[in-house]
Write a protein that binds this ligand. Structure first.
Ligand code: OFO
Length: 164
């Protein structure tokens, strides 16, 4: 069994992960509307992964015989200035999520909740990967600048992302 505090924090994280999924889906919709369909596909796959993160926590809470409670999901942004800005924002968002995961680990340690601490290891590793990928894409946008041909190539590359 986990503490009420831990249960609440994990439920809040389900909300944050579903919001991530919603935000990335909104980014996919924007990119699609601007005809960057490769980038839109990348974001859509990312949105699916975020939903998977939420479901992983959902499964864990049930496994430890605690209670999942779902709250309202915040409305995501829907307008950006450029595809580069979209990916900069997603990078910022991943840093925010990493901070949240670190705080969850802090709480698990405080509560001497060894099982949850171990469960959260997956998310610690996952966040390293998510931030690294986002950083890489942001850096590519910086290299490319306004070069349309390179942007088209990047769009094609990102569109090759397959679902996990
Ligand atoms: Fe769930 O890792 Fe991104 O937000």
């Amino acid at each position: 069994m986990i503490s009420d505090k831990m249960q609440k924090a994990l439920n809040d994280q389900i909300n944050a992960e579903i919001f991530s999924s919603y935000l990335y889906l909104s980014m996919a919709a924007y990119l699609e509307s601007e005809n960057w369909s490769g980038m839109a596909k990348w974001m859509q796959v990312q949105s699916g992964e975020e939903y998977g993160h939420a479901m992983k926590i959902f499964g864990y809470i049930n496994e430890v015989d605690a209670r999942v409670t779902l709250e309202a999901i915040q409305k995501p942004e829907f307008e950006w200035k450029s595809p580069a800005q979209v990916f900069e924002e997603s990078h910022k968002h991943e840093l925010y999520i990493t901070d949240r995961i670190n705080k969850l680990v802090d709480l698990a340690i405080q509560e001497k909740d060894y099982a949850t601490n171990l469960f959260l290891n997956y998310f610690i590793t996952e966040q390293v990967e998510e931030v690294a990928t986002a950083t890489q894409i942001v850096n590519k946008f910086k290299l490319i600048g306004d070069n349309k041909t390179s942007l088209f190539l990047l769009d094609r590359e990102l569109g090759m992302r397959a679902s996990k």
